[in-house]
Design a protein around this ligand. Structure first.
Ligand SMILES: Nc1ncnc2c1ncn2[C@@H]1O[C@H](COP(=O)(O)OP(=O)(O)OP(=O)(O)O)[C@@H](O)[C@H]1O
Ligand SMILES: [Mg+2]
Length: 461
């Protein structure tokens, strides 16, 4: 029993006691003899009956109502675990049952809401794009993990602050203002410089309205488009490079052909010289187109290498014979050290390309009288191919870039050798398609060494 209800209970008892005592005091002097005892006993009986009735009334009606009121108060304050005890007596019983049911439903709803909130938070936090939510006055209410990754600082440095106090980019201010002003979606882009890296971020801002269509704030979504931009730039560079590579031989073919057409060439020698140039230039275009096709074939994901067991010893010896002749012509000393009977799973045609490209480079970029060395040997898990030369070497700044398409250290010089600048890009692709890797060490004027490692697993496809 609560304090208040017990006070009421005792007040009623006190009133009944006073009333019955008063009746006793008035009636008892009026009766005489044994009647006094009877009247006293009757009054006592009445008193007891009253007590029982009052207690019953309290227990069945007043106490449950008070309990129900207390439970309702707890519910109002947000404690959905509050319950009242259930009785079966009439309307009071119905009331307490209804309150308990209400409490149970509220508790379930609150649990569900909490669950949904945590699910939503997890989704927002794990989104690939940054999200910022601001209210109609510009205060930040929510930022997700990706947003913090992009802009740095902690969540607490944004929440509760005005967006223009915590963000620096003018374009974001403009986007928010436009979203508020035109009540429509806006798109813009910014660059963020973090340490030394630059990020391109596309921003989409959208106003938020409540049920009565009143503007309640805005949500800004930040997409990191750095990778996309990089790919776009690569594509542009690629097109520019291909056009540039084709321009020189085409101009030269056109020029010589025009001269042949316009001028009456009687001198057979000059004519055949011109035709020879035209032929060489067209060969150059063909080599370029072949290499480009080869690269695009290698880049296609569906491209499957034709894996088979190959005797890499035989394959490298065959290539050595061809290279030996080239080296001999250029007065370069070529030495090959090939381990016996190495079998490997791989695509023989592609692996041949790796050897030829690397060895051709070694011969091309080594002056007369230099040395080229080929070594093929088995390490514990890998096949190691070493192509070493005593040539011109590669400056340190260019070392990482020589595997890019069209990249040449000395543009004029390697173009003179007939190179397209695609050889090493093709080599790298092939090696990686075999799950291997390639490394290079070089020193200018001293020479370069290329190391290729191919895994010896039985099934690399
Ligand atoms: N052994 C080497 N020594 C010095 N520089 C090299 C060597 N190998 C490659 N390079 C440099 O790397 C660049 C890229 O080589 P890559 O083989 O991709 O193209 P390329 O030889 O110019 O033309 P190609 O596509 O016909 O092989 C070369 O232009 C050259 O500057
Ligand atoms: Mg080359």
């Amino acid at each position: 029993m609560t304090k208040a209800s017990s006070r009421l209970f005792f007040t009623y008892i006190l009133v009944v006691t006073i009333v019955l005592t008063a009746i006793g005091l008035i009636t008892l002097p009026l009766v005489i003899g044994d009647d006094k005892i009877i009247v006293f006993l009757a009054l006592l009986g009445c008193y007891i009956i009253f007590l029982v009735i009052i207690y019953q009334l309290f227990d069945r009606y007043i106490k449950p109502v008070k309990k129900a009121a207390a439970a309702a108060e707890e519910l109002v304050q947000g404690n959905f675990r509050a319950r009242t005890y259930e009785t079966q007596y009439g309307d009071v019983g119905k009331l307490s049952n209804a309150i308990n049911l209400l409490a149970k439903n509220l508790q379930e709803m609150a649990t569900q809401e909490k669950m949904q909130e945590s699910q939503l938070r997890t989704v927002i936090d794990n989104m690939e794009s940054g999200v910022m939510l601001i209210d109609e006055r510009g205060y930040v209410h929510l930022v997700n993990r990706k947003f913090l990754n992009l802009f740095g600082k902690k969540r607490k440095d944004y929440i509760g602050y005005l967006y223009y106090d915590v963000l620096e980019q003018e374009r974001i201010y403009k986007a928010v203002q436009e979203a508020f002003l035109y009540e429509d979606k806006v798109k813009t882009a910014i660059t963020i410089v973090k340490e030394i890296e630059q990020y391109y971020v596309e921003i989409v801002g959208a106003p938020i309205f409540n049920d009565s269509n009143v503007l309640k704030g805005a949500v800004l979504v930040f997409h990191d488009i750095t990778e996309l931009k990089r790919l776009e730039q690569m594509r542009k560079d690629f097109v520019a490079n291909v056009s540039h590579e084709l321009k020189t031989p085409i101009t030269s073919i056109k020029g010589f052909a025009e001269t042949l057409i316009e001028e009456n060439m009687d001198d057979k020698n000059i004519r055949s010289k011109f035709l020879d140039i035209i032929y060489k230039e067209s060969e150059r275009i063909q080599a370029l187109v072949d290499d480009l096709l080869e690269l695009s074939r290698l880049e296609k994901e569906e491209m499957h290498l034709r894996f088979e067991q190959i005797n890499i010893t035989n394959l490298s010896q065959e290539i050595s014979t061809i290279i030996q002749q080239q080296a001999y012509k250029k007065e370069i000393k070529f030495v090959a050290n090939i381990q016996n009977d190495i079998l490997i799973n791989g695509d023989p045609y592609r692996l041949k390309q790796v050897f030829i490209n690397l060895l051709n480079n070694a011969i091309n970029y080594t002056p007369q009288g230099g040395k080229v060395f080929l070594e093929v040997k088995l390490l514990s898990d890998y096949l190691q191919i070493v192509v070493q030369d005593s040539g011109i070497g590669i400056p340190e700044d260019d070392m990482n870039r020589i595997f890019e398409r069209f990249y040449r250290v000395d543009k004029a010089r390697s173009r003179n050798t007939g190179g397209t600048g695609l050889g090493l890009a093709i080599v790298k692709h092939i090696v990686e398609a075999h799950k291997g890797y390639i490394q290079v060490k070089s020193e200018v004027e001293k020479g370069s060494t290329f190391y290729v490692y191919l895994p010896m697993h039985k099934n690399i496809s």
